[in-house]
Design a protein around this ligand. Structure first.
Ligand SMILES: NC(=O)c1ccc[n+]([C@@H]2O[C@H](COP(=O)([O-])OP(=O)(O)OC[C@H]3O[C@@H](n4cnc5c(N)ncnc54)[C@H](O)[C@@H]3O)[C@@H](O)[C@H]2O)c1
Length: 240
């Protein structure tokens, strides 16, 4: 698929962009003509690929960002506006997951941490970016939920956070529609990223068995496949 100019001159913030799907999304957006501000709590890791992307001529910058911090969100939004002049797209991608976090094994502190990173962050991001998304006149928020937000079995806190993101998305889609801001969620199944690579067995037979069990396609997804899902833009003009 040709991605040139698909997001020409759109201004996008992508969180959790040090690696995995956030990096794939931020890079694809920039390759598609967007001006991108990549954010992550792992600044050094993110800065390595962002600097390389800048040398390739992509319009991309990055900033240290803890998505649970309201003041960090204000700094991120200010930087995007200062650098590029506004905000059209917000991708709430940052998240944490650990396998086997049963209810019994989860402290209240851990519960609050998972909810803060995976869910409160999207509320804070939308709230802080909203004035600029309204000004855009064609804003879009993309929230990265998970298959875990649709079915159980991935740990209470993670599943609750991702299910919460689904309804946060639906509620804000209704609330922000009068401003022509679209709000959508994406619910990936298994995707090979730093979050999941340690969970995949090295043994080829065990790996094949796991893939058959987890993925109807018989293989794990690639980050770029999910990035493409975030890169669509309506071809028609917004209503006047
Ligand atoms: N990989 C999968 O199979 C899968 C499936 C469904 C959904 N997801 C979701 O996709 C999103 C991206 O995950 P990924 O698989 O690319 O994993 P990843 O670990 O590569 O990316 C998550 C990023 O979030 C960042 N992050 C964590 N806490 C943060 C904080 N407090 N502030 C800012 N950044 C923070 C991490 O540093 C990391 O770079 C997550 O929301 C994840 O829950 C992943």
């Amino acid at each position: 698929m040709n991605n040139t100019n698909r997001l020409q001159d759109k201004i996008a913030i992508v969180t959790g962009a040090a690696g995995g799907m956030g990096e794939a999304t931020a890079r694809l957006f920039a390759q598609s003509g967007a001006k991108v501000l990549a954010t992550d709590i792992q600044f050094e890791k993110m800065n390595v690929w962002v600097q390389a992307a800048q040398k390739e001529g992509l319009s991309i910058a990055c900033i240290l960002h803890d998505v649970t911090s309201e003041s960090d969100w204000q700094a991120v939004v200010s930087k995007a506006v200062h650098l590029y002049g506004g905000i059209d797209i917000l991708v709430n991608n940052a998240g944490v997951y650990r396998p086997l976090e049963t209810t019994e094994a989860t402290s209240l502190e851990r519960w609050n941490q998972v909810l803060a990173i995976n869910l409160n962050s999207a509320f804070l991001g939308a709230k802080t970016a909203l004035p600029h998304l309204k000004k855009s006149g064609r804003g879009a928020i993309v929230n990265i939920s998970s298959i875990a937000g649709l079915v159980g079995g991935n740990g209470a806190a993670y599943s609750a956070s991702k299910a919460g993101m689904r309804l946060l998305t639906k509620d804000q889609a209704v609330e922000f529609a009068p401003f022509n801001i679209r709000v959508n969620s994406i619910h990936p199944g298994g995707v090979l990223t730093p979050m999941t690579e340690a969970l995949i067995p090295v043994d080829p037979e065990q790996k094949a068995q796991m893939m058959q069990m987890m993925c109807p396609l018989g293989r794990i997804g690639e980050a770029i496949e999910i990035a493409w899902g975030r890169c669509s833009w309506p071809q028609t003009s917004p209503p006047t």
